[in-house]
Design a protein around this ligand. Structure first.
Ligand SMILES: Cc1cc2nc3c(=O)[nH]c(=O)nc-3n(C[C@H](O)[C@H](O)[C@H](O)COP(=O)(O)OP(=O)(O)OC[C@H]3O[C@@H](n4cnc5c(N)ncnc54)[C@H](O)[C@@H]3O)c2cc1C
Length: 377
């Protein structure tokens, strides 16, 4: 292991492992450092699956990034030789004046994306497992699906090493110092220097980039697996499902493994101060909320849940990511505040971070993700 690198990546979870991969592929002498190891369950990138979809209700500006992300996931799958992306489609339902359905239709309109609008009756015929509330609209996107989250992180990290990246983990970075000739990274395993630094600390971003005063909140997010004996929940027959209902946003996946179908609630969550000491027990109110949803809107589920996990969102005030470089030291680039919807973008944000580090600018439009948008408000 050398002492000086072209680029060091601090934090190699979902986003950082992808950055490490793209930097190594471009021939940079690169070091990845992570405090917990590759594809661990202590941050934001675990729990088996992540939704990926293109007609993006959150904002149409994400669509060009998603088009590239899809391509990069397909490329990664080929290079890794493992299946990472299951294109099972997504069925999304909500009130016509809600956030989700109008947002999907607007993104689809702007980018001519293929989505199907279904009446409630058509949806019940096609997806009899789901009970769509009266007056709701349904949109189906065939080109959506899910990614195997830990396998994707592992693929990026391992392929990065195959392309020449050095790897240091478990190891915590305790300080980042801008010096005239290099950026200094102080870690538990010694001091390293680099020409450019990528920081992708997930829930620890605030701690790693203290001087930025990042507008981030970390929230606790539980996931639940429910058993089912209904074979129509198999991935070949069941899409991902999203319900914007009762001012909440529930979503779930087909039965990917023997644990059953996985479900969660996207909005809200308990704010936490210390991501390293996250409470991982079952919260009775959260459990009641998801059980009530499953009982009211899904058929063929067995109760109680069979397994649960706890994860974290790192949320910005407008729920959009922050991808930028440090104003006072442009050698330092970072991605954080992925706001509970960032994993599907990991492939492309990894590439963007490599471009910011090597070329000084990204090929795709990312200005809407700059940090200074918060200073303007
Ligand atoms: C329950 C849940 C469901 C989700 N569902 C979806 C979904 O369906 N679709 C979707 O697109 N997104 C989804 N997301 C969001 C997505 O998973 C995250 O946005 C994404 O995984 C964040 O990746 P990250 O690299 O920012 O964070 P992480 O993966 O947590 O990576 C941060 C890394 O930094 C390391 N680190 C931190 N501090 C230090 C230090 N001092 N020294 C060294 N290393 C350090 C950590 O060990 C960690 O590995 C979901 C998130 C959760 C929690």
């Amino acid at each position: 292991m050398r002492q000086h690198y072209d680029t060091i990546v601090v934090g190699c979870g979902g986003i950082g492992s992808a950055a490490l991969y793209h930097l190594a592929r471009r021939g940079r002498k690169v070091l990845g450092i992570d405090r917990f190891g590759l594809a661990h369950d202590r941050g934001s990138s675990h729990g088996s699956t992540r939704v990926i979809r293109m007609a993006y209700y959150e904002h149409p500006d994400y669509v060009p990034l998603l088009q590239r992300a899809y391509q990069l996931w397909d490329d990664l799958e080929i290079e890794a030789g493992n299946r990472l992306f299951f294109r099972v489609g997504v069925m999304q339902t909500g009130a016509p004046d809600g956030e989700v359905v109008p947002g999907i239709l607007e993104s689809a309109r702007q980018y001519q994306l293929p989505v199907e609008r279904l009446t409630r009756e058509q949806s019940c015929d096609r997806f009899p497992l789901f009970q769509v509330p009266a007056g709701f609209e349904v949109v189906y996107e065939q080109n959506a699906g899910y990614l195997l989250v830990e396998d994707c992180v592992r693929a990026h990290g391992q392929l990065a090493q195959r392309h020449g990246a050095d790897w240091l983990s478990p190891c915590s970075v305790t300080q980042i110092v801008s010096e005239e000739r290099a950026v200094k990274v102080v870690s538990q395993e010694g001091v390293f220097t680099c020409d450019s630094l990528v920081v992708a600390g997930g829930p620890w971003a605030t701690e790693l980039l203290r001087e930025f005063k990042l507008p981030l909140q970390v929230v606790r997010k539980p996931l639940y697996w429910f058993p089912t004996r209904d074979q129509r929940y198999e991935p070949s027959r069941c899409p991902i499902f999203v319900f914007e209902v009762d001012q909440k946003f529930f979503y779930g996946f087909p039965q990917h493994d023997s644990r059953g179908i996985k479900m969660a609630q996207h909005f809200g969550g308990t704010v936490i101060d210390d991501p390293t000491n996250l409470a991982r027990d079952v919260d009775a109110n959260e459990q009641a909320e998801i059980t009530d949803f499953a009982g009211r809107y899904l058929h063929g589920i067995d109760f109680p849940f069979s397994e649960h996990a706890v994860c974290m969102y790192t949320v910005t005030p407008d729920k959009h990511f922050i991808v930028d470089r440090q104003a006072t030291d442009p050698r330092i680039v970072f991605a954080c505040g992925m706001s509970g919807h960032g994993f599907k973008f990991a492939s492309v944000i990894g590439e963007v971070l490599s471009e910011l580090s090597i070329d000084g600018a990204a090929k795709l439009p990312i200005d809407f993700l700059r940090l200074d948008r918060f200073a303007k408000n």
